[in-house]
Structures are given as C-alpha cells and as structure tokens.
Unconditional design. Structure first.
Length: 272
C-alpha cells in the first residue's frame, strides 16, 4: 500500500482529515527546506506538498511565483528537489511527499528517468499542473511503473464527464481547486465547494483534497467538515517571504501556524 493510501486510511479510522501544507523547495534558500519539512510534520502536517521551482508558474499567483524566483536564484532544479526529499527520508520514512510543479522539467529529465529518480528519492506522487489527463498517459504509465501516484487538479468548472476522466487517471487523491483563479485568491464559497466535493465523490472513491484560498484556521476547519484533506499554500509562503532575512525564524513561525490549523481541523470532527 502506498504511503498516501496508508495515510488517508489511517486518518479515516481516526476520524480526522489530512492537513497538506505546500512550500516551494529552496525558498528562501536551499538549506531551509529539509528542516522546514520536518517542522511542518512536527506541527501536525500529514502529507507534504513540495513545489518544484519553475520560471513560468502559470497557475500560481504572485506569492508563489515570487517563491519560485527566490529558489531559482539559488539554482534549485528538479534534481536538487529530489535530493532534498532523499535527505528528508533519512529521518522520516512515513510522511507522504507529493511534488507539485510543471511539465517542462520532467520532460527534460524524461518520464521514465524522472519516475525512477523520484521513487529512489522517496517521493510518493506528483501533481503536474499543466498536463491534462488526455495528454498524460505516458507520464502516468511511467509513474505507476514506479508505484508513484499521479495527482490531478479538478476545477469548479469541471463537469461530470471531466470528473470521471480525471478520476480514471488519478491515484492517491484528487486536488479540487476551491475557486476560479490562481493560488492565493480568497473568498471561498464554502457551500458551493461542499456541493462540488459531493459531486466528485459520486464519481470516485479517491480522497478529495481542497486547496486555493485557505488561509485561516477557521477556513481550514470549514473545509475539513466536508473534504478529506485541506491544502494550504500561499498562507505559508507569505510567512516565508516575510522572513527571508530571518530564515532561522521560519520553522517556528510555520510550525506554529500548522499547529493552529491542525487544532481547528480536529475540532471539526468527521462530517457526513
């Protein structure tokens, strides 16, 4: 059983929902990333989503775009990100790690080579933002050959046929984008998102995680009431940006915020 499947199964038995923080690897400098990954887990993260820096992150808002720029200034490549995961695995062999990024670096490496290197490093899955499932068969096959989970995005505009198509290609979990726009946007309509999650569940047994725009403990608790996972990115990356000149404070700041999110989510309990 994959780490992702094991994680979600364990949480379900416990009546809890997954907390998935996103940070960009190498932001604000490479030496921060692995200790920060451990700090996020210590704070209550169940799964880690690690962004692969890219020069044209079209699905991301300014906050995460700037995080990529800070990491790229230190020449953080896909190969270096995999090395960070391998270093993390030296101390943590249980917490799932999902890479989130764009297709170009993977294409440059080659699908089979990427999948093999990711498996060796201890990666559990990858979400490639800019490849639709219709064009992802070769990548999905390469990943599944290495027991890696391909994760896909679903949008508010996705109809039943689209949900079914993506569910057929995905494993691990499905990432539902809670609003129209890029990362960092706000004003989630919780009733609308809850209705969409229910519609997705009619098409798949995969866990459904919700991300984009979740930036407070209250919002995380609300999403935990109907989703299997709460994904938080820009709220964390903003805190990193504010501490770029004080990197020694990042672990405590983000670890503390994760604790707040975890406490709020755990008070919610299991929703019907």
């Amino acid at each position: 059983m994959s780490r992702l499947k094991t994680c979600f199964a364990t949480l379900k038995r416990q009546g809890r929902k997954a907390l998935i923080p996103f940070v960009t690897a190498g932001d604000p400098q490479p030496s921060v990333t692995v200790p920060l990954m451990h700090a996020l887990v210590a704070g209550g993260a169940d799964i880690l989503e690690l962004g692969v820096p890219f020069s044209d992150p079209m699905a991301d808002g300014p906050v995460i775009q700037q995080a990529s720029e800070r990491a790229l200034a230190h020449h953080v490549s896909l190969t270096r990100v995999l090395a960070m995961v391998a270093e993390f695995r030296a101390r943590n062999t249980t917490t799932p790690v999902v890479l989130m990024g764009y297709l170009n670096p993977i294409e440059v490496m080659g699908y089979a080579a990427f999948a093999a290197a990711a498996r060796k490093a201890g990666v559990d899955g990858a979400l490639t933002v800019d490849i639709p499932p219709e064009e992802a068969d070769d990548l999905v096959q390469a990943m599944r050959a290495q027991d890696l989970d391909p994760v896909f995005l679903l949008a508010p505009t996705s109809d039943a046929a689209r949900i079914q198509r993506i569910a057929a290609s995905a494993s691990g979990f499905i990432y539902y984008v809670s609003l129209r726009g890029v990362t960092g946007a706000a004003n989630i309509d919780m009733l609308e998102v809850a209705d969409k999650v229910r519609a997705i569940r009619k098409q798949t047994d995969l866990p459904v995680g919700v991300g984009f725009g979740i930036n407070t403990p209250e919002a995380a608790a609300a999403v935990a009431g109907f989703a299997d996972a709460v994904i938080v990115g820009s709220a964390l990356v903003k805190r990193i940006a504010a501490l770029t000149s004080q990197p020694d404070k990042i672990n405590a700041e983000l670890g503390g915020f994760i604790q707040e999110l975890r406490r709020a989510m755990d008070k919610t309990g299991v929703a019907a």
